[in-house]
Design a protein around this ligand. Structure first.
Ligand code: ZN
Length: 59
């Protein structure tokens, strides 16, 4: 994984553990994925999922 930009790290919410991050995901209305930040050593959430969008029924 590429390094997290420091500016992104600074403005993102930080979670002390992956469990904590996952709890936030459960409450969120959109698909999120937790990842370990190599800047602050904590967890952030990202809406990007390996460049592959989650399929949504159309119509
Ligand atoms: Zn960070």
């Amino acid at each position: 994984m590429k390094r997290t930009r420091l500016s992104i790290c600074a403005r993102k919410r930080r979670y002390g553990s992956e469990e904590e991050a996952r709890e936030a995901i459960v409450r969120a209305a959109i698909i999120l994925r937790p990842y370990r930040c190599d800047r602050c050593e904590m967890f952030h959430l990202t809406s990007r999922t390996k460049g592959k969008r989650v399929a949504r029924p159309v119509g």
